[in-house]
Design a protein around this ligand. Structure first.
Ligand code: TRP
Length: 452
């Protein structure tokens, strides 16, 4: 039998999972969801969701993946053969396929901005120019598709190179640099005039803004940002070694991911308000706000503005890449295990299929604008369907599987590494995954979809 690939070290496992979690979800999606749902109050619900839904489901996914030693698409067939649970695995593969398609569109945008920053194209532009430029670019029928294609190929190449050489090495170098740069940019943003308004928006909750829709968004953002609900991290966990500590890894990933999201908020909101861009500008928020930060914070030192902007987009693109490879891996590993095609061939099938999804999602912002589903454009619909419905639903069934169906002894072995660590925590965890997490998701659904 072929030896299953492994992450080389424990820290490698944490960083690879964190690399999957940290991405456009933190820096692009989190700020615009926070902006659209009123700021600080949304963030509080988000933090609650991370703790009560996100981390427990992450531990559950880790235990499933490591126990089955198979990607999510086949793990249930290994764990509980002959049952309908296998559809939960397929559901994850489908969800990941759809997310990968439209996520790569946005990842492609980061390359356009990198290109522009590299040619010193931000210089002398006003906030209005950036708004106009973003619109013109995202509606262009050709340019975003080229970047989409480039990004898919980059992902494809890393996936074909395999787990340790590709994924792990990459995350290890990139994550710390990204973090430092975000802190520097946070300081820059706070130093802008009027930044205090942005910080208030971010940290002073107005509870009147909370309703079913914002709860659904916070829950969706939790699953999206932590890469949960579709078996992405469960697939990664199948490459964890026996002595990786699942609980510790889950908390580490949760904390890193949350810190990056909050930092992104500290960068974006003070800057947006300072230059007069509304925090609820939607998916374009970071693409029109950030170039302004570089321009204004370093207006006396254009060379620094230049270096920082180039560096930032390099890191943003890389953060997106460590996330896209994790989504791609789910389908590639599944096709490889299921149909016994080579890894290369499996990866090509995934890349080509999702290219189609990506092209439609990208064009839906321009020439296909009038095509709508439930009053949403295709891009918005894909985002809504996957993040707010498919992922939480996947998370719900993962919790049900581990809490109610799967032999508790296996959970125990995984969480305690064979009875050696975290024995007391296990009871708490079982309670949360059995009752709190599923009921929490049901409650959010009932509110958000209008059943209550
Ligand atoms: N979490 C990543 C981000 O925030 C995106 C991502 C990677 C993802 N894998 C996933 C989202 C699986 C949902 C499911 O950018």
């Amino acid at each position: 039998m072929e030896k299953r690939a492994n992450f080389g070290s424990k820290i490698g496992a944490i960083l690879a999972a964190a690399g999957s979690a940290v991405g456009l979800g933190n820096i692009w999606r989190f700020p615009y969801e926070t902006g659209a749902h009123g700021g600080a109050a949304f963030i509080l619900i988000y933090l609650l969701c991370i703790l009560l839904l996100g981390i427990p489901v992450m531990i559950a996914e880790f235990s499933i993946g490591r126990h089955a030693k198979a990607s999510t698409g086949s793990s249930y067939k290994v764990l509980v053969p002959g049952t309908a649970w296998k559809y939960l695995g397929y559901w994850g593969v489908l969800t990941g396929f759809l997310i990968f398609g439209y996520y790569t569109v946005v990842a492609g945008w980061t390359l356009e901005y990198l290109f522009d920053a590299g040619l010193n194209g931000f210089i002398g532009k006003t906030p209005q120019d950036f708004i106009h430029d973003f619109q013109a670019f995202s509606e262009n029928p050709i340019r975003p598709l080229i970047w989409l294609f480039v990004f898919m190929i980059m992902t494809h190449v890393i996936i074909v190179k395999g787990v340790q050489k590709g994924i792990e090495k990459f995350s290890k170098i990139m994550m710390p640099i990204l973090f430092i740069l975000l802190i520097v940019l946070g300081f820059c943003s706070i130093s802008l005039p009027n930044s205090i308004e942005g910080l208030k928006f971010l940290f002073m909750p107005d509870f009147s803004k909370i309703d079913g829709a914002s709860m659904l968004s916070a829950c969706g953002q939790t699953f999206f940002s932590l890469s949960l609900g579709m078996g992405c991290l469960s697939t990664y966990a199948s490459y964890f070694s026996r002595d990786t500590k699942l609980v510790k890894t889950a908390f580490s990933v949760g904390i890193i991911d949350t810190m990056v999201a909050i930092l992104a908020g500290v960068i974006i909101f003070p800057a947006a308000i300072s230059v007069g861009i509304q925090p609820d500008a939607g998916p374009s928020l970071i693409f029109i706000t950030l170039p302004n930060v570089f321009q204004q914070a370093f207006s006396g030192a254009p060379i620094i503005a230049y270096l920082f902007s180039v560096m930032f987009y390099v890191l943003l693109a890389l953060a997106a890449l460590t996330s896209t490879i994790s989504m791609h891996e789910v389908s590639t590993a599944f096709i490889h295990e299921q149909f016994h095609f080579t890894r290369g061939r499996s990866a090509s099938m995934m890349t080509m299929g999702s290219l189609m999804v990506g092209i439609i999602a990208s064009l839906s912002l321009g020439v296909l604008k009038n095509l709508t589903i439930f009053n949403m454009g295709i891009f918005g619909f894909l985002d809504y369907l996957t993040a707010k419905i498919m992922l939480p639903l996947g998370g719900f069934f993962i919790a049900i599987f581990v809490g109610w169906y799967w032999n508790k002894q296996y959970s125990y072995e995984e969480i305690t590494n064979g009875g050696t660590i975290m024995k007391h925590f296990f009871k708490v965890y079982m309670f949360v995954i059995k009752y709190i997490a599923p009921l929490g998701i049901l409650f959010v659904f009932a509110n958000g979809l209008g059943f209550i």
